[in-house]
Design a protein around this ligand. Structure first.
Ligand code: IMP
Length: 204
């Protein structure tokens, strides 16, 4: 007997994130619907939070209030210790929203010119928020530690992946296969933690 798949809206227009969310949790009994799928891509969401948690909740809450449905949102970014944790919550807007990532990535490499390995530490952070129609929200967080590389490497992933070097793998997250990245990534960890929470909440 075929089990019923649950549809969950994800408050994102970022295709890189959406692909990974589908790969990570798509095999469970869930089908994910993006803002585009829901024809909500033009909804203005002002991400004026100071933390990943605040911004994830802002996005999930707004779309849940509009649709009356349970909604997930992902707020994530790259923290570079040498740059006082920049770009952090501004990762998408860093140097301008529409600036190509090759420019953003090479800018960061340049800012770290001459900086030795030990001081190039960085991490990807991901917070997943779930907003319920009754007004409650829950969040989960995942982190992957690494370093800023010396040049862009790899074709997989998106955003800052080509400069995010993971010493345990000896390569960047853009050189990992999607399966390898999802197993160890900030997003993989935060989503699996959210999956456990939703099981506890008995909504899955
Ligand atoms: P948000 O849409 O405000 O959460 O911005 C997230 C931004 O952080 C993305 O647009 C990327 O610039 C960056 N980012 C988050 N997760 C990843 C990842 O897995 N790989 C590369 N860049 C990421």
């Amino acid at each position: 007997m075929e089990t019923q798949r649950k549809k969950i809206i994800v408050a994102t227009g970022n295709e890189g994130k959406m692909n990974e969310i589908r790969q990570i949790l798509g095999k469970e009994n869930i089908v994910f619907s993006s803002l585009k799928d829901e024809d909500l891509q033009d909804v203005q969401i002002i991400e004026d939070g100071k933390t990943f948690e605040e911004n994830a909740v802002i996005k999930a809450r707004k779309i849940s209030d509009i649709t009356g449905r349970m909604v997930l949102a992902d707020d994530s970014g790259l923290e570079v210790d040498y740059l006082d944790k920049a770009p952090g919550v501004y990762s998408a807007r860093y140097l301008g929203e529409d600036t190509p990532y090759s420019v953003k990535n090479n800018h960061i490499i340049k800012l770290l010119e001459g900086v030795e390995d030990e001081k190039r530490t960085a991490r990807f952070v991901c917070v997943i928020a779930c907003a319920f129609p009754d007004g409650r929200t829950i969040t989960t967080r995942g982190i992957i530690e690494g370093r800023v590389g010396y040049e862009e490497k790899g074709e997989n992933g998106f955003g800052y992946d080509p400069i995010f070097y993971v010493p345990d793998f000896g390569c960047t997250t853009a050189e990992l296969s999607p399966e390898e990245k999802n197993k160890v990534s900030h997003r993989g960890k935060a989503l699996m933690a959210m999956y456990d929470e939703l099981i506890k909440e008995k909504v899955l």
